[in-house]
Design a protein around this ligand. Structure first.
Ligand SMILES: Cc1cc2nc3c(=O)[nH]c(=O)nc-3n(C[C@H](O)[C@H](O)[C@H](O)COP(=O)(O)OP(=O)(O)OC[C@H]3O[C@@H](n4cnc5c(N)ncnc54)[C@H](O)[C@@H]3O)c2cc1C
Length: 459
């Protein structure tokens, strides 16, 4: 094809995957058995190549889909046979780690876990942490404004990004690579690329803010009988170990039971008969003191009746195992052939009653077989994996309707962290008003007038 010939002048032959070789490529890490549909996959090695490729695509009205680590949960990396895929996987260099300014500068294709480990070697913490960290790229995390397990202490990805370099749909390189925490010199341009799911530009480099690495990390798992107690426990922890509390994750009974069932390798630390399970992480600077503090607060919570049972991880191995239960959600998706994933935001106080109401309404539908709620309850974000015995559109719509109407009733959001992608586009109007959506469209049209970059996502 003409366009591949032109691109061949910009990148070497080995960086263009086409024809039969596309059969080994896929659009999602959970769908490796489905071959990618695309004209070709391009693997640029630097920003200049991304820019040159985009200039050619812009001139030729060529649609482009961006691939990071392919872990998103909203169908955002699907493509078709008339689209070109640009994958950032070869742009995976860490450029600088500045221990004094506490920043790391890297290309966007670096895997999140590699960044976390590199920072750790320098006694620094990159607090961004979620189950897909071994595959997700930092460019993907920035483009989806990923959240995860430590948001209520450190904020979303947006709070960690100090600088960005991005390539616009017409090939222009916008370099905003500053290490500054404060910079009010006009519009904060990097923000338009954070969380916009690759619809406004291709992120090529990032500067992230780091923290001193806490020298102690402790984990506790507790069992509770009511949602009121979940809130009481959270408040109690916030009062007693305020600065140390860095994780507070909730699993409902059905979820915990499946995650510690014989289908997984995880130890059942507590019996699977309680209504709720809370995973607690405390980080600090003095292991022995921090341990005593956590032990005391857990004992008090038992005495006050907030929790029914609890266990504290005795060593690194036990802590990793306990968090493994929470993070390994693939077992929930594997339960049924067909599933729907939700990532909703509702006020923390309403979570218990709304999830009970949604569960009750869903169970009236005989095609719904499993309901697994879990999530980052301290920041109001709950995930749902719903297993069904059919992939019929009418059933999918019914499930969406139940969940989204309940969220609307408490002024919540249909996407706390995963984004809109393709799968949730139809429901954007349930969360954003007409004027907000019009402004989004105006922004997209100004930056991508030919609608060639990640078309059909969000809007
Ligand atoms: C097991 C599991 C657990 C997860 N847990 C969480 C969680 O706790 N919190 C959370 O927020 N998310 C979570 N996710 C979702 C997902 O991991 C995040 O959305 C992640 O940030 C996506 O990164 P990625 O590199 O895989 O991006 P991809 O999936 O490849 O892409 C995501 C979107 O960003 C675009 N994109 C990718 N790279 C770039 C780039 N360089 N420039 C511009 N656009 C780009 C893509 O086109 C797409 O629209 C989880 C996913 C899984 C599978």
């Amino acid at each position: 094809m003409d366009i591949i010939k032109k691109i061949g002048n910009v990148i070497d032959e080995s960086s263009i995957i086409k024809g039969d070789d596309l059969k080994s490529r896929f659009y999602h890490i959970w769908k490796t058995d489905i071959s990618l549909e695309s004209i070709c996959v391009l693997l640029p090695r630097n920003t200049e190549q991304v820019s040159e490729i985009m200039k050619i695509c812009y001139e030729n009205n060529q649609e482009v889909i961006i691939h990071g680590g392919l872990t998103n949960l909203v169908g955002a990396t699907k493509s078709n046979n008339s689209q070109i895929v640009i994958s950032l996987e070869k742009m995976n260099h860490i450029i600088e780690i500045d221990t004094d300014s506490k920043t790391i500068t890297c290309e966007s294709g670096v895997i999140l876990e590699d960044l976390i480990n590199t920072c750790k070697e320098k006694s620094l913490l990159l607090p961004l942490n979620f189950g897909a960290r071994g595959s997700a790229q930092i460019g993907g995390a920035v483009s989806t404004n990923a959240g995860g397990l430590r948001v209520f202490k450190y904020g979303m990805t947006r709070n960690l990004v100090l600088g960005i370099e991005a390539v616009l749909p017409n090939g222009t390189v916008i370099s905003s690579l500053k290490k500054l925490i404060k910079d009010n010199s006009g519009y904060d341009l990097k923000q338009i690329f954070i969380g916009s799911e690759g619809t406004l530009g291709i992120v090529t480099k990032v500067i992230l803010r780091l923290y001193e690495l806490p020298s102690s990390r402790l984990t506790a798992l507790s069992a509770l009988s009511s949602y009121d107690d979940v809130i009481k426990l959270l408040k109690h922890l916030e009062k007693k170990i305020a600065g140390n509390l860095s994780g507070f994750e909730l699993l409902w009974n059905s979820t915990y039971k499946t995650m510690v069932s014989e289908k997984t390798n995880y130890n059942k630390y507590l019996p699977d008969t309680h209504k709720y399970y809370v995973f607690i992480e405390s980080t600090g600077s003095d292991y022995e003191n921090d341990y005593i503090k956590l032990e005391n607060v857990i004992s008090e919570s038992l005495e006050k009746g907030y929790i029914e049972d609890a266990v504290i991880g005795k060593n690194d191995k036990e802590q990793t195992n306990i968090w493994g239960i929470r993070e390994d959600v693939s077992v929930l998706a594997d339960e049924r052939e067909y599933d729907q994933h939700f990532d909703i935001s509702i006020p923390t106080s309403s979570i218990g009653s709304i999830i009970d109401k949604i569960t009750h309404e869903l169970l009236k539908n005989k095609n719904v077989k499993t309901i697994f709620p879990f999530g980052h309850v301290a920041d109001g974000n709950i995930h749902f994996i719903i297993g069904k015995d059919s992939d019929k559109d009418s059933i999918t719509k019914k499930v969406n309707e139940i969940i989204y109407s309940n969220i609307e009733s408490v002024n919540g959001s249909i996407s706390a962290e995963h984004g809109i992608g393709i799968d949730k586009k139809e429901y954007l109007k349930n969360t954003r008003n007409k004027d907000e959506i019009e402004l989004m469209k105006l922004l997209k049209k100004s930056i991508d007038p030919k609608n060639i970059l990640n078309p059909g996502r969000i809007l």
